[in-house]
Design a protein around this ligand. Structure first.
Ligand SMILES: Nc1ncnc2c1ncn2[C@@H]1O[C@H](COP(=O)(O)OP(=O)(O)OP(=O)(O)O)[C@@H](O)[C@H]1O
Length: 210
């Protein structure tokens, strides 16, 4: 997946979060969106994901050399973010079963294999509501990283993870990088150190009004 942003702008009510954002995200490449708290990283990521409508400009999605309609882009992407909820009434295996009806897994992984990769074997029949916050984060990341998508969007990916969880994230994202466009919204170096390019969202803040 390749994404071209042209003069993209997003406004909430009267407040412009970013404007005049022209940028090309190349397929098979990793990018970090950087900026202080409240600078608009999540807003840009959710706008690219189509969860948030932009206020001006254009987003062009290109897959396999062909432009795809914005309303079809969701089929090609997986997104994980602290504000996205899991269906907590399912057990782990039930949730994977539900998720994969919409998003099949990469490498034809079986559901137990995905559980192994997430390191959650002991919890396969546990209800997601009874997971710790770190286990929930590992689950969200596992579903996103191992979905068969060409665009992987990661917002604050190591939220709630301990040191071992951070190492797990780094290992699995590295193993599933090839051929994918990956965009990470973050402030923490260990979340985006693998990214080849950095986009500072503050470069696209409108000048302060005098
Ligand atoms: N639904 C909304 N309605 C109005 N304003 C919003 C909305 N969502 C976000 N904002 C505002 O947009 C700005 C950017 O928020 P955003 O969450 O994108 O920042 P961020 O860089 O991801 O921050 P953080 O590092 O704290 O996660 C903030 O001023 C925020 O208050």
């Amino acid at each position: 997946m390749q994404i071209n942003l042209s003069n993209l702008g997003k406004r909430y009510n009267y407040e412009w979060i970013f404007r005049n954002l022209t940028y090309k995200f190349e397929a098979g490449t990793s990018y970090a969106i950087l900026g202080h708290n409240g600078s608009g990283k999540s807003t840009l990521l959710t706008t690219i994901a189509g969860h948030n409508l932009h206020s001006e400009g254009e987003i062009l999605y290109i897959a396999g050399g062909q432009a795809i309609a914005a309303e079809e882009a969701y089929r090609h992407l997986s997104l994980t973010a602290p504000y996205l909820e899991l269906v907590e009434e399912f057990t782990l295996l039930e949730l994977i079963d539900f998720h994969t009806r919409f998003k099949p897994l990469r490498h034809r992984l079986s559901h137990p294999e995905l559980v192994d990769r997430m390191g959650l074997q002991k919890s396969r029949n546990k209800f997601v509501k009874d997971f710790s916050s770190g286990m929930k984060q590992r689950l969200k990341l596992g579903l996103a990283i191992y979905s068969d998508t060409t665009l992987l969007l990661l917002d604050e990916p190591t939220t709630n993870l301990d040191q071992e969880g951070v190492a797990w994230y780094q290992e699995h994202v590295a193993q599933n990088q090839e051929g994918r466009l990956i965009i990470v919204a973050s402030n923490i170096l260990h979340e985006y150190s693998f990214c080849q390019h950095r986009l500072h969202i503050t470069d696209f803040h409108p000048p302060a009004r005098k």
